[in-house]
Write a protein that binds this ligand. Structure first.
Ligand SMILES: NC(=O)c1ccc[n+]([C@@H]2O[C@H](COP(=O)([O-])OP(=O)(O)OC[C@H]3O[C@@H](n4cnc5c(N)ncnc54)[C@H](O)[C@@H]3O)[C@@H](O)[C@H]2O)c1
Length: 310
């Protein structure tokens, strides 16, 4: 691994990934490309690689990277705020960015690992498995389904080329503060409790999420390069953890005893439950998460509280 490109590298997962790649391959040349629409330079403290500032859905990839042959491309760039309902913008920027990347990479069959999402499964109440039909409930999720479709189409035309999707569930951890309202529920509740307020959650707080720590998400994204064939993998812990359980863990790690304050859910569609079936990632990538949700929260709070470095 001498030459690696990371799109969306100033974002939450992208910056954790860029720094993990830098630690794993200290002699590699890393290139991050990002247009900073939702990411932040602050996430790349300590990064020693190159940066190309630009919108990948409008970038002339061939002109920009004409002399580069990358050993791998990790694609994290995306509009990630699911409350952006401009259908043209979500579909154009998310899908065309990926299409341009694939067109560029197709000449050399550079392995590509791209960010898909558990949002593609839609509203469910049981474990989500990769072969389930997609059921996107918003235009963000729809755009992610189109990435999976595009990957399938390109693979069909280039059988020996690896294009691997990673379907992140609810990722949390360092470098997500810039996402503000779109940051994880764990971070939102931490901020409220840190300010001495009771944590506010939808009644009854028993909604469950598969919360995966970003250190595990970055590690699995790198391991996805070793996939035996083009496909996509769930990226979670395989455990559904309730908002009430998150509050219990935050109280434990903050030394507080703040009771949840419940309020009515105003949304007609809201995922009551996300839970990844991790069988495929375990069998094919030999990936098992290092952090349970509770261990991830403990590590994260220690970092947020300045008791340890990220
Ligand atoms: N965080 C999660 O829980 C989660 C869950 C499922 C899927 N994902 C996916 O993982 C990827 C990373 O998400 P994140 O949480 O780090 O979000 P993020 O918003 O922090 O990162 C996305 C990055 O992409 C950049 N970007 C957006 N559009 C771009 C474009 N057209 N050209 C160049 N840069 C662009 C943004 O500036 C930002 O730095 C995304 O593809 C997202 O859809 C994340």
């Amino acid at each position: 691994m001498r030459n690696i490109l990371i799109t969306g590298g100033a974002g939450f997962i992208g910056s954790n990934l860029a720094l993990a790649l830098q630690a794993k391959y200290p002699d590699a040349r890393l290139v991050v490309t990002d247009d900073f629409r939702s990411g932040s330079f602050a996430n790349l403290q300590g990064y020693r690689g190159d940066i190309v500032a630009g919108d990948i859905s409008r970038l002339d990839w061939q002109a920009q990277f004409k002399d580069d042959v990358f050993d791998a491309i990790f694609h994290e760039a995306s509009i990630t705020d699911t409350t952006i309902h401009d259908q043209f913008l979500q579909v154009h920027d998310n899908v065309e960015g990926f299409r341009r990347l694939l067109e560029f990479a197709s000449a050399t069959h550079t392995p590509v690992v791209y960010a898909s999402s558990a949002a593609t499964y839609g509203i469910a109440s049981a474990r989500m498995k990769e072969d389930q039909p997609p059921a996107p409930a918003n235009v963000y999720a729809f755009s992610k389904v189109q990435l999976d479709n595009l990957a399938r189409i390109y693979c069909r035309n280039h059988a020996s080329w690896r294009i691997v999707g990673v379907r992140y569930f609810n990722v949390f951890g360092p470098h997500e503060a810039h996402k503000k309202a779109a940051a994880s529920m764990i971070y939102q509740l931490y901020l409220q409790m840190k300010a001495g307020r009771r944590p506010r959650v939808f009644r009854t707080g028993e909604q469950k999420r598969d919360f995966v720590y970003v250190k595990d998400a970055a590690r699995m994204t790198i391991q996805a390069l070793g996939a035996p064939e083009s496909t996509f993998y769930n990226c979670g812990t395989g455990q559904a953890f309730s908002f009430n359980e998150v509050i219990t863990e935050l109280n434990k790690n903050l030394g507080t005893r703040l009771e949840p304050e419940y309020f009515e859910n105003p949304y007609s569609f809201y995922q009551p439950h996300t839970e990844a079936d991790m069988t495929l990632a375990k069998n094919e990538l030999k990936f098992t998460p290092e952090y349970s949700p509770a261990a991830g929260i403990a590590d994260y709070v220690a970092i947020l509280e300045g008791r340890k470095t990220g």
